[in-house]
Design a protein around this ligand. Structure first.
Ligand code: NAI
Length: 470
């Protein structure tokens, strides 16, 4: 048992592994390390669960749930429910905040209990390298055979945007804690954070404008899906300026350049959502000679930094900033500490965007697949033709599958549908097992489900024809 050992396996240090940062990457990695017999400590300066649990994934989805429920109540007459006066139904931001805080508190408490239950020592305070094997936390000095840095990221405030006067600028952290509904908001950046908040605020009744540099919103998503998402958000009242570069935020106004002309838009609040940057403040990473790639700690495929016994996982290494990527990278790091020589693979990471319908993708977009492979097979299935989706009250959406043109190898799958984020795991398993399209089609999808449409989209791609759509 880890508890009974006073020191690391080598006898030279107090711990086999010290993990710095208890976000979803760090805490899951610490649990894994301890479960695999390594004497492990975790250092956390603020709250267990990091950005994801406290000011990211979890609270955002609590807001999304409330606006989805509100929308369902607004449509209740369509479902045969009488007696609801849609005009009288209101969202209380104060009560919504309370619910959100309750969920966060439960989960944060759960993380502490999980760590303790797995015999990980929790050390509260800011971790700072004294040397490559020693981390100071307040008065205490922890020594470790191996260190895993999992310090996450913070909102990126781009230097190319100038700020003048009294800007009403907030980040996603403040946006999550608003206890009132703003009248209007300008959102800089039409990426994942920008779009999830555009969805929430538009459904709360805020006048939303998104200003995005690229020609498409969600530039990382397949173009067909990004167009459908834009349409759906426009229907909810969101205004878009794409191909628009924000240059200045001045008082309540966002000033941007589009088609060579300068435009200015005022709103009660401005949300900055142009990305996040790796966070290493106070860590003294430079002091011990760790190499950086701009703000990110540089790692190899084993998650190792330039100092062999120090690893960096999650947002801090700047690769793919997603909670599930961070924990997977952490498992790879633990395997490598145990000498198993695992390499992190980034080509099959599912990515989810929470609006309604939901967006979930894995693998290449059609454009990326064509660029890499030339000829590819593409199949699409409209959710209008899926019984369960109609029962759920959702007529819009699409499932899209991209296959290699010869063997039917799965190159990319993109879902825009109700429950899409829960369905993408099927494809993650299929791709991990290197399944072909025929094997996915041959796996029975139950009826009536939204997931039937996955099988149909694969038929559309592989045979050129699905069953339930012409
Ligand atoms: P992002 O990288 O997803 O999007 C930033 C957007 O800002 C891009 O579309 C970019 O073209 C645009 N942009 C950059 N400079 C601009 C300018 N001057 N004017 C106008 N637009 C400009 O970053 P985001 O949305 O801030 O998210 C940060 C990280 O958090 C991402 O890695 C994201 O994947 C992750 N995240 C994941 C979520 C999920 O999995 N559901 C939810 C929220 C965030």
């Amino acid at each position: 048992m880890a508890e009974e050992r006073a020191q690391s396996k080598s006898g030279l240090y107090e711990f086999d592994v010290v993990v710095i940062g208890a976000g979803p990457g760090g805490y899951e990695t610490a649990i894994k390390a301890s479960q695999r017999g390594l004497r492990t400590a975790i250092v956390e300066a603020e709250h267990m669960g990091g950005t994801c649990l406290n000011v990211g994934c979890i609270p955002t989805k609590a807001l999304v749930k409330t606006v989805n429920l509100y929308e369902d109540i607004q449509k209740s007459a369509e479902f045969g429910i009488e007696g609801v006066d849609p005009g009288a139904v209101k969202i209380s931001m104060v009560k919504l905040q309370k619910r959100k805080e309750g969920i966060v508190k439960t989960l944060v408490g759960g993380v502490g209990a999980l760590l303790k239950g797995n015999k990980v020592e929790i050390v509260k305070g800011l971790g700072s390298f004294v040397d490559a094997h020693t981390i100071a936390v307040g008065d205490r000095k922890l020594t470790a055979e191996h260190v895993i840095i999992a310090t996450g990221s913070e909102t990126f405030m781009p230097g190319f945007i100038t700020y003048e006067g009294e800007t009403k600028m907030i980040t996603s952290t403040e946006a999550l804690s608003l206890d009132y509904i703003p009248e209007s908001i300008n959102i800089i950046g039409g990426g994942v954070i920008g779009i999830e908040f555009a969805y929430v605020f538009a459904h709360l009744g805020t006048k939303v404008t998104v200003i995005e540099l690229m020609e498409h919103i969600l530039p990382m998503v397949d173009a067909d899906i990004s167009k459908l998402a834009r349409k759906s958000l426009e229907k909810a009242g969101v205004a878009f300026h794409t191909g628009a570069k924000v240059k200045t935020v001045k008082d309540k106004a966002v000033i941007f350049e589009k088609d060579g002309k300068e435009q200015s838009l005022e709103a009660e609040l401005t949300l900055m959502a142009v990305g996040r940057s790796p966070y290493t403040k106070g860590l003294n990473a430079e002091g011990i000679g760790l190499e950086f790639d701009r703000k990110a700690i540089k790692v190899d495929g084993h998650m190792r930094t330039n100092i062999e016994h120090i690893y960096a996982i999650g947002d801090v290494n700047g690769s793919v900033m997603l909670a599930h990527t961070a924990s997977h990278e952490g498992f790879v790091a633990v395997a490598n500490i145990l000498g198993e020589e695992e390499i992190m693979s980034y080509d099959r990471i599912p990515s989810c965007i929470y609006m309604e319908p939901e967006i979930a993708s894995i693998g290449l977009t059609e454009a990326q697949a064509r660029e890499k492979y030339g000829e590819v097979k593409v199949g699409k299935f409209p959710m209008m033709a899926n019984g369960k989706s109609l029962i759920e009250g959702e007529k819009s959406g699409m499932m899209k599958v991209i296959l290699d043109s010869e063997l039917g190898e799965i190159l990319g799958v993109h879902l825009f549908a109700v429950h899409a984020t829960d369905m993408i795991s099927e494809i993650s398993v299929a791709m991990n097992l290197e399944a072909t399209a025929e094997e996915v089609i041959g796996s029975i999808h139950p009826h009536p489900t939204v997931s039937e449409a996955v099988g149909e989209a694969f038929m559309a791609a592989f045979y050129g024809r699905p069953i339930n759509s012409l």
